[in-house]
Design a protein around this ligand. Structure first.
Ligand SMILES: *Cc1c(COP(=O)(O)O)cnc(C)c1O
Length: 405
């Protein structure tokens, strides 16, 4: 089989939910702002500053256009982690005298859950809604959870582990009708599915450039201006970004983020169809003739670049070891920075063994058909080999059972 890799030691990259490489067009757009156009965008007294400021404002417009917002509603941050922190803490603290309750989802990214936990320690009340076995929110449960005390509903657009798409427009309608602000972490959704803050009644949205072929180190928080959402800033300083995020804007990163958003707008539809076909091919080739393959999360309401599978009768650690030539992720405890099994897969009701044997396969802009064929072949091979080996180690009666099945 052809190895669709750069060389023997560079694994094939199938971890596009962890990060994406910057698109070469993004890098080209950024380079001048590391060089000749190095000015501080907040310098108002000379052309170095004006040039950088103009570029930042163009980028702000490009990011806004991706989500149907206006440029003035975009606050640049260091990424989605900071944007999520600013959204949750900022809103909670600004309205603390009136309301003290937040509703979120059990499957949110750690940076939302950890922020919510901190707010609980500060005296706010937080409801963590469960998801169904496909990973989707129960709108009736959301409706029941919102009270007159609820200041904010925070539900992610697309899950980073299982790729499922939450019904943002329905959530927005509910939150708006009940007088709560709606924040959504769209780090995995932006550039992959159409987003419109007006149609979806979104008040705050977090974005991350490095999840959409932009540079690492920049993201944004969309903050609705009409009606205005108030926020208590986390950072004190020069009062940049309308006082919401002090600090010198990294103009090169902003330019790259803007270019990445512009490319996403132009290419989203075609790329989604291409990835949809690649994922179908990958799943078909892995599961053809292989029993005990489970898809984690709804397969239809899902971004096209994500596949999350569990394999019966193999251990995650062995599976990851056998697949060292492919860069991918697992929900297994050994594969996570926190050494805890995936809270997302646990929320779907998976047993520990199913979580331990899960693989997250992330496809993206630079994934080819031969990459998919290579990965499918290697995964099938590894699962089959591990099952045979484990069966050989097992008791004779188990061996006999596996041999006839
Ligand atoms: C990656 C990611 C984040 C964190 O984004 P950074 O820009 O790396 O801080 C937050 N939420 C989701 C859903 C993500 O996928």
């Amino acid at each position: 089989m052809e190895r669709a890799m750069i060389n023997e030691r560079t694994p094939l990259y199938l971890d596009y939910q962890a990060t994406t490489p910057a698109d070469p067009r993004v890098v080209d757009a950024m380079l001048p702002y590391f060089g000749k156009r190095f000015g501080n965008p907040h310098s108002v007294s000379h052309p170095y500053g004006w040039e950088a400021a103009d570029a930042v404002e163009i980028a702000r417009g490009q990011v806004a256009a991706l989500i149907g917002a206006t440029a003035r509603e975009i606050v640049f941050t260091s990424g989605a982690t900071e944007a999520n922190n600013l959204a949750l803490k900022g809103v909670a603290r600004a309205y603390a005298a009136k309301k003290n309750h937040i509703v979120t989802l059990a499957t949110e990214h750690k940076c939302v859950l950890a922020t919510a936990r901190r707010l609980e320690r500060e005296g706010f009340r937080v409801t963590y809604l469960p998801v169904d076995k496909a990973g989707l929110i129960d709108l009736a449960a959301l409706d029941a959870a919102i009270t007159k005390e609820t200041v904010l509903v925070s539900v992610m657009g697309v899950n980073n582990e299982i790729g499922v798409i939450q019904p943002l427009a329905e959530i927005g309608r509910l939150a708006r009708a009940r007088g709560a602000f709606f924040h959504t972490d769209c780090a995995q959704a932006a550039g992959k599915i159409p987003l419109d803050v007006e149609a979806m009644k979104i008040d705050l949205m977090s974005l991350s450039a490095h999840k959409m072929y932009g540079p690492k180190g920049i993201g944004a928080l969309y903050v609705r201006r009409r009606p205005r959402v108030r926020l208590v800033p986390e950072m004190d300083g020069g009062g940049q970004e309308e006082g919401l995020r002090s600090g010198t804007l990294p103009a090169p990163l902003a330019v790259g983020f803007g270019r990445a958003a512009e490319i996403a707008v132009a290419e989203m539809d075609a790329e989604a169809s291409r990835l949809q076909a690649l994922r179908a091919r990958l799943y078909e080739r892995i599961s053809r003739g292989l029993s005990g393959v489970r898809v984690n999360g709804d397969l239809e309401r899902r971004v096209p670049g994500n596949l999350n599978l569990s394999f019966a009768d193999v251990t995650g650690e062995n599976l990851m070891l056998a697949l060292k030539d492919i860069a991918l992720s697992s929900g297994a405890a050994c594969a996570s920075a926190s050494k805890e099994p995936s809270h997302v897969l646990a929320a779907l009701g998976l047993a520990e063994a199913e979580i331990e044997s899960s693989l997250r396969i992330g496809l993206g802009r630079f994934t080819s058909e031969s990459d998919v064929d290579y990965a499918a072949g290697r995964i099938r091979e590894a699962v089959t080999r591990l099952r045979t080996r484990d069966a050989a180690d097992a008791a004779p009666e188990t061996r006999a059972r596996i041999a006839v099945s």
